[in-house]
Design a protein around this ligand. Structure first.
Ligand code: PMP
Length: 431
């Protein structure tokens, strides 16, 4: 595959952008090789600067549920842009958006828009601290909740990919207020709560983890967390930045039938525009300024272009719930193809999947937490990633990321992907 233009762009980029990228995982540092510079995308396909086409399994890390450059979203943005791109004053569209979201997701009386998933999680934690008057939080090893200081402790995604143990710049004071437990380990959470009975403001979790590959909550785990939080007046925060509007219209809360106290959303609700949101019951949310004194703000929050893009996408998901069934069926079809290919190859593997989230770990053991995700042979994943990329299949460039399917994928695309998996595994065997 000719990627000459991507190569020269990467060289140029490194002179003016740290590492040549504006977000670390894009640099291909752990998988090696030259990152691909994308020129445009349509439906399920990405096109790079050299004119190569890729079937996309990143979907902008989640939001492109209906595929790229989805016509109604593009038209809505174009039209809205003629009315100006930002006011910093309230708009009717923000009210429409809040009402639409409340109609789709459980347990949200009030919802505040922000501009990224990081902001959403950071604000939800501040609110939980302000509401409870407590300082500490519990997060899970390998979960990623954005790059706010409190979350960069045993974090997933790029922090795991680059094996960063402690992040310089995060003060010991902040890090000490973040307690961590292994994913799926209720006993560890119980022990932390017992050790700090009146100090824990919140437990924050990805209800289905996507930042150490895809990892599912074991039966009873989230239910147990819910109970511990209720018993100890701890705020349970579901970080649904990946799962929200993807696993079901009401996200993981709906799909897994567990109620959170606060929920955070991200990229999906902006259809790829920079958006996030956090919401919950009014009893808690009314502590946010200007109703209360937990301060949180944003010049671009509720930005009209982001709102119209998100409103258009979410309306589509709201009006056509069959999309979720279609996505599930496509993912299960892909999973079956992957299982056949991996069985034939003899490589040890674990495939975790729920809804349209799926990933492969080269592992003999079940992958159920960060330790087991890290114990997988991720050097094999890196080879697999490149073999697939060379065949025009764009997977996330790390074993510590979930793949996301979009509904523009056809069964022909899935068959091409499965063929590429077979060929790639054979190639790795022979190398
Ligand atoms: N939470 C989760 C679960 C995420 O996956 C991410 C980003 N991938 C974030 C929070 C942070 O979102 P953002 O990158 O928009 O700040």
């Amino acid at each position: 595959m000719n990627i000459q233009k991507s190569k020269s762009l990467f060289e140029r980029a490194q002179n003016s952008i740290p590492g040549g990228v504006n977000s670390p995982v894009r640099a291909f540092k752990s998988v090696g090789g030259n990152p691909i510079f994308i020129q445009r995308a349509k439906g399920a396909y990405l096109y790079d600067e050299d004119g190569n086409r890729y079937i996309d399994y990143i979907a902008s890390w989640g939001p492109m549920i209906l595929g790229h450059a989805y016509e109604p979203v593009v038209k809505a943005i174009q039209q809205k842009a003629t009315e100006s791109t930002s006011f910093g004053a309230p708009t009717e569209l923000e009210v429409d958006m809040a009402e639409l979201i409340k109609g789709m997701v459980p347990n949200v009386d009030l919802i505040r828009m922000v501009s990224s998933g990081t902001e959403a999680c950071m604000s939800a934690v501040r609110l939980a601290r302000g509401f409870t008057g407590r300082n500490k939080i519990i997060k899970f090893e390998g979960c990623y909740h954005g790059h706010a200081d409190s979350f960069l402790v045993k974090a997933g995604s790029g922090v795991a990919t680059f094996n960063i143990q402690t992040v310089p710049g995060v003060t010991a004071g902040v890090a000490n207020d973040t307690l961590t437990a292994p994913y799926n380990d209720l006993q560890a959470v119980e022990a932390l709560v017992a050790a700090h009975p009146t100090e824990i403001a919140a437990v924050i979790i990805e209800p289905v983890a996507g930042n150490m590959g895809c990892i599912l909550p074991e039966p009873g785990f989230l239910e147990g967390l819910r109970q511990i939080c209720t018993d100890n007046n701890i705020i349970l925060i579901f970080d649904e930045v990946m799962t929200g509007f993807r696993l079901a219209p009401g996200g993981a809360q709906e799909r897994l039938q567990i109620d959170a106290d606060l929920v955070t959303y991200g990229k999906v609700i902006g259809a790829g525009m920079p958006v996030g949101a956090f919401g919950g019951r009014s009893e808690i949310m009314q502590h946010i300024a200007p109703l209360g004194s937990v301060y949180q703000a944003g010049t671009l929050s509720g930005n009209p272009l982001a709102m119209v893009a998100g409103f258009t996408l979410l309306s589509e998901l709201h009006n056509n719930p069959s999309i979720y069934q279609e996505l599930d069926e496509k993912t299960i079809y892909l999973k079956a193809g992957l299982i056949n290919a991996f069985d034939a190859s003899g490589f040890p593997y674990v495939i975790n999947q729920l809804g349209s989230m799926i990933s492969v770990h080269f592992s003999e053991q079940p992958v159920k937490d960060f330790a087991s995700a890290s114990a997988a042979t991720n050097t094999l994943f890196n080879k697999f990633f490149h073999a697939m990329l060379n065949r025009g299949i764009y997977l996330p460039p790390s074993a510590f990321e979930s793949w996301f399917l979009n509904n523009a994928l056809t069964y022909e695309d899935l068959d091409l992907t499965i063929l590429a998996v077979n060929e790639s595994l054979l190639e790795i065997q022979q190398s």
